[in-house]
Design a protein around this ligand. Structure first.
Ligand SMILES: C[S@@+](CC[C@H](N)C(=O)[O-])C[C@H]1O[C@@H](n2cnc3c(N)ncnc32)[C@H](O)[C@@H]1O
Length: 350
């Protein structure tokens, strides 16, 4: 192992919970000495120290959008992988939605927080199954759309568990798709970037990650669709013949829509009045709802359909520039949708 890998292994317990979940799954599912394709791997932190030969597949970092959201790899990123990693055998630039890699050319694959960035997700999973030898393990993670229906501009969509299962089933034997990583403040704090020049920030991020890992070990997180931030799937690739035959029959019409952030709108049957900061809603059939706190504020600013970014800007204005809590907005929108007072309207390209 290189000094970088030794240092990273030493601090592994202080790294984000998802990284730990993926590393543990790979250690269990991927045999020693296997070839492993890390699709959209970037720095591939979860394969550090794994006794396998990793090939990182990535998109070249070219656009302003990629720079802004820290996506893709540039020359410096490739050089860093070559310099610091002993088990990264190579880097390839390849788009998995239309991959040029050969059929059955890897023993296993992993794609951590990638598929939500992809326009052609069906092409992505089809090619992923094609490039792995039949029966080879594939680990896939993505944000949990059951609990986090709202996504930002760098994601095309968030999948509910049933939607992800439906997407992969034609091409993979599904071993399991479960929930992972407790949706708590510690998860968010643990994902902050920090500089070693600010030791208190480093300490705070590490403390939050230790807590987040502890919270994520609660068995309820794996079962409860509302408690987890991510979906984690362990799949086994079907044979190339089955993959090719399935491609012809998969219905494109039932896909999870993409096309940029969805807009949220008040459902038109409700009328409201605001009393001391609460929004009192009434429908013609006599139904009543009272929205308080953040939900009331969201209702008030949804005078017209808004994306979550627009909604966040409006809420920031309401609170004199204080940054609203994104997970709290997610949660409030989900509850308001469940209560039938708001709805999603057609997404628009970002
Ligand atoms: C959020 S990053 C995740 C990086 C890494 N897997 C991790 O968890 O640290 C998503 C990465 O997927 C890559 N990506 C997006 N679409 C892709 C595609 N169609 N094929 C390969 N990589 C893709 C992006 O360039 C980006 O670096």
């Amino acid at each position: 192992m290189t000094p970088y890998e030794i240092a990273r292994r030493a601090v592994a317990p202080f790294m984000p919970a998802l990284e730990g979940e993926v590393a543990a799954l790979l250690a269990e599912a991927v045999p020693r000495g296997a070839t492993l394709l890390d699709v959209g791997g970037r720095k591939s932190p979860y394969t550090i120290g794994l006794p396998v030969l990793v090939t990182v597949s990535e998109l070249p970092r070219e656009s302003e959008h990629q720079h802004q959201h820290n996506l893709g790899l540039d020359d410096a990123g490739v050089a860093a992988l070559r310099r610091t990693r002993s088990n990264v055998a190579g880097v390839v630039f390849d788009d998995m939605s239309c991959s040029a890699l050969g059929a059955a050319s890897f023993d296993a694959a992993v794609a951590v927080e990638v598929i939500e960035h992809v326009d052609d997700d069906e092409g992505f999973v089809r090619n992923l199954a094609r490039v792995v030898r039949p029966g080879g393990p594939v680990v896939l993670t993505t944000p949990n759309g059951d609990a986090r229906p709202v996504h930002g501009a760098d994601h095309r969509r968030h999948y509910r568990r049933d939607q992800l299962i439906k997407l992969v089933t034609p091409y993979f034997e599904v071993v399991f798709v479960r929930y992972a990583v407790a949706m708590t403040d510690n998860r968010l704090v643990g994902m902050r970037s920090f500089s070693p020049r600010h030791p208190t920030d480093v300490f705070e991020v590490m403390r939050a990650n230790v807590q987040s890992r502890r919270e994520s070990a609660d068995p309820d997180v794996r079962r409860n669709r509302g408690a987890a931030a991510n979906l984690v799937a362990l799949l086994r690739a079907k044979s190339p013949e089955v993959v090719a035959a399935a491609a012809a029959t998969v219905s494109k019409s039932e896909r999870v829509p993409s096309g940029g952030p969805v807009r949220w709108a008040r459902r038109s049957e409700w009328v409201h009045r605001v009393v001391m900061g609460d929004a009192m809603l009434a429908a013609p059939g006599g139904e009543r709802r009272t929205l308080q706190g953040l939900a009331a504020a969201i209702w008030v600013v949804l005078e017209e359909p808004l994306t979550v970014e627009e909604l966040t800007d409006e809420l920031r204005d309401l609170t004199d520039g204080v940054e609203p809590d994104h997970d709290a907005i997610d949660e409030a929108l989900r509850l308001m949708e469940d209560h039938g007072v708001i709805e999603r309207v057609e997404g628009r390209s970002s």
